[in-house]
Design a protein around this ligand. Sequence first.
Ligand code: FE
Ligand code: FE
Ligand code: ZN
Length: 276
Amino acid sequence: MLNIGCHLSASEGYVAMAKQAIEIGANTFQFFTRNPRGFKAKDIDEQDVKEFLEIIKEKKFVKILAHAPYTLNPCSADKRVRDLAKEIFIDDLKRMEYTPGNMYNFHPGSHVGQGVDTGIKIISETLNEVLKKEQTTTVLLETMSGKGSEIGSKFEELKQIMDSVELKDKVGVCLDTCHIYDGGYDIVNNLDAVIKEFDNIIGLEKLKAIHLNDTKNPFSSHKDRHEKIGEGHLGLDAISKVINHPKLKKLPFYLETPNEIEGYAKEIKMLKEVYK
Ligand code: FE
Ligand code: FE
Ligand code: ZN
């Protein structure tokens, strides 16, 4: 069975997201933990969470994916910006424990001229400060497109970050198909080779989730602009090979395509049709 969901708005709470997911044929979803601009988080409503946990158990959802605000920069040169990222990670991870055993994805950040090595060092130090032995959430580093001074567009960089993390079983990777193609991994012509490279450098056991997006830009453009499935430079054929790849097909896929809910429903239906 294809494990698939899309990015949903968290403004009405967990039950509302679960119901919306079910309506469009999804068995998981992604959501922002808080407003990416103002960083404000909705208060946890314990009744909502309780009902949500019952629904996802009954409907056999796979792990849901929380996304940290993309406006955070955990490896900024400015201490206040780094501290804000840390504070938000800590609060988000605390909130995640209301829905135990799920995943939390974040962008490693931009080194803004400090250099890749310094950036990598700061990110792993941050993770060592915020990760707790008792947490049940797996924290995922997202593969990035390499726009500006973004860290994480090369598998080696993610590997280096994870190597310096003490609680290794608490971290993993979320692979974004738009980002890695933009970042110079040719999943249209060499999907097998890219997966092998991931396995050699990071290890496929670390790959926990896939952001399934087409891209508005050609190969290796380092731009990061998502496109609807089948309407960009990846195309439905390449995307279908991703979801059907024997090493990937059991993973959860999360759509982050430029769509309203009807568009997501259509994409989910289309992807289920090409899933073998
Ligand atoms: Fe992201
Ligand atoms: Fe993504
Ligand atoms: Zn993106």
